[in-house]
Ligand binder design. Structure first.
Ligand SMILES: *Cc1c(COP(=O)(O)O)cnc(C)c1O
Length: 393
């Protein structure tokens, strides 16, 4: 009898060859730059909270890096999404198009505005929204009334769309912008995972009206917890700053607030960490891109998997390395997850699709067959910066 191929063992061997060590976590932060210097300076200044120079500096440097006209630093990516949606006028009972294949924050932020997620299918190549399938869906299921896109089935206004750049790989943003123009939708980009990723040289998050970035501990750079809104629209940037800082009117001692605001401002101490991290971002991305090349050669001989690579004309930050199992071995996914994790190599499945989660079960959706297929077959691999560096410490 022929010996069956042990897929789990082959995958474990390939991961080890790629990363050059026997064990690894999924993604760990790295603090080898000016973190201690800036944090000490921040503590010495006593301005650790809502006042201090590091927030302004971080915003300026982030805007410079992304080539956005403005950046507004906030407490996390989820609050950035919440504010972005509110600022462009997403209201109670609106629908907002979002992928089913995304982190739960995208859908939660829609609900914070009282709006309803409308789930959209993904593309096998980018893992993000498929603009062709979406256009077909909107053509057959919506009408224009008073210049607004109306879901014929629910009668609700479809106000906005939130494309997400999955694991740092840019979505087909130009086609999505075209769909948004034709169906009168506002575009908010969930660029939480794609700091440093560009499309034809233009940074993700700067195509839509507003974009958001996350600096959570597991993202490409971290501020502990943190996020930002980026935009080229000066009015919207001002509004974002105002709303995220309790809507307080500037005055030396008076507390006057002209609307219901939010305490979403990034604390100075987090921004100090962010300034140090941002200095290292180009090196982090070089290492991550190099790690992809190493995975690519280590997996080249396994015909039953493929690695997700950057789309054409795009430059990806390769935040999380991603393996897709062939349909023929899809049912082995859980065995592969168990075997790799037991071997000390941390792997992870993709998020549960959002349309299946309890709070979003009844929400409108299009045919989601690509997302459903991807969910069954996708694994994230160890992706830390140090694994991709030539001279590992
Ligand atoms: C991380 C992430 C967020 C939220 O960011 P937090 O800073 O954790 O609130 C939103 N969307 C996506 C796709 C993310 O990966």
């Amino acid at each position: 009898m022929l010996k069956e191929v042990d897929h789990s063992q082959e995958i474990i061997n390939s991961i080890k060859v790629a990363i050059g060590t026997d064990t690894a976590v999924l993604h760990e932060p790295r603090f080898n730059g000016n973190e201690w210097t800036y944090l000490k300076d921040c503590l010495d200044s006593t301005f650790v909270s809502s006042v201090g120079q590091y927030v302004d500096r971080f915003e300026k440097e982030l805007a410079g890096y992304t080539n956005a006209a403005h950046a507004v630093a906030v407490v996390n990516g989820t609050s950035a999404l919440h504010m972005a949606l509110q600022i462009v006028g997403v209201k109670s009972n609106d629908e907002v198009l979002i992928p089913s294949l995304t982190f739960v924050a995208t859908a939660n932020a829609v609900r914070y505005c009282g709006a309803i997620p409308h789930f959209v299918d993904s593309d096998f190549g980018t893992l993000g929204i498929d603009p062709v399938a979406l256009r077909d869906h909107l053509k057959t299921t919506t009408d224009f009334i008073n210049n607004q896109c109306i879901n014929k089935q629910t009668g609700r206004v479809i106000r906005a769309i939130v494309p997400m750049h999955t694991f740092g790989h840019p979505v087909n943003i130009n086609e999505i912008l075209a769909v948004a123009r034709d169906f009168h939708l506002v575009v908010i980009e969930d660029a939480a995972e794609s700091l440093g990723s560009t499309v034809s040289g233009k940074h993700t998050g700067t195509f839509g009206e507003l974009g958001i970035i996350s600096f959570n501990g597991n993202k490409t750079i971290t501020t502990g917890g943190g996020g930002a809104i980026i935009t080229n629209n000066t009015e919207l940037a001002k509004l974002a700053k105002h709303l995220t800082t309790t809507a307080k009117l500037p005055h030396r001692w008076e507390y006057t607030h002209d609307e219901v605001g939010y305490n979403y401002r990034m604390p100075n101490i987090n921004a100090a960490l962010g300034c140090a991290q941002l200095e290292q971002l180009p090196d982090f991305i070089d290492a991550k891109r190099h790690l992809f090349v190493k995975y690519q050669s280590a997996f080249a001989d396994l015909p039953y998997v493929r690695l997700v690579s950057e789309p054409v004309d795009c430059h990806s930050n390769y935040w999380l390395q991603t393996l897709i199992l062939d349909e023929t071995i899809a049912e082995e996914r859980n065995d592969i997850l168990a075997a790799t994790n037991e071997a000390g190599l941390m792997t992870r499945p993709i998020w549960n699709l959002l349309h299946n989660l309890k709070p979003f079960k009844g929400c409108p959706r299009m045919d989601l067959s690509v997302a459903i297929s991807l969910e069954k077959r996708l694994l994230n691999l160890p992706s830390s910066v140090h694994l991709g560096e030539e001279n590992k410490l």
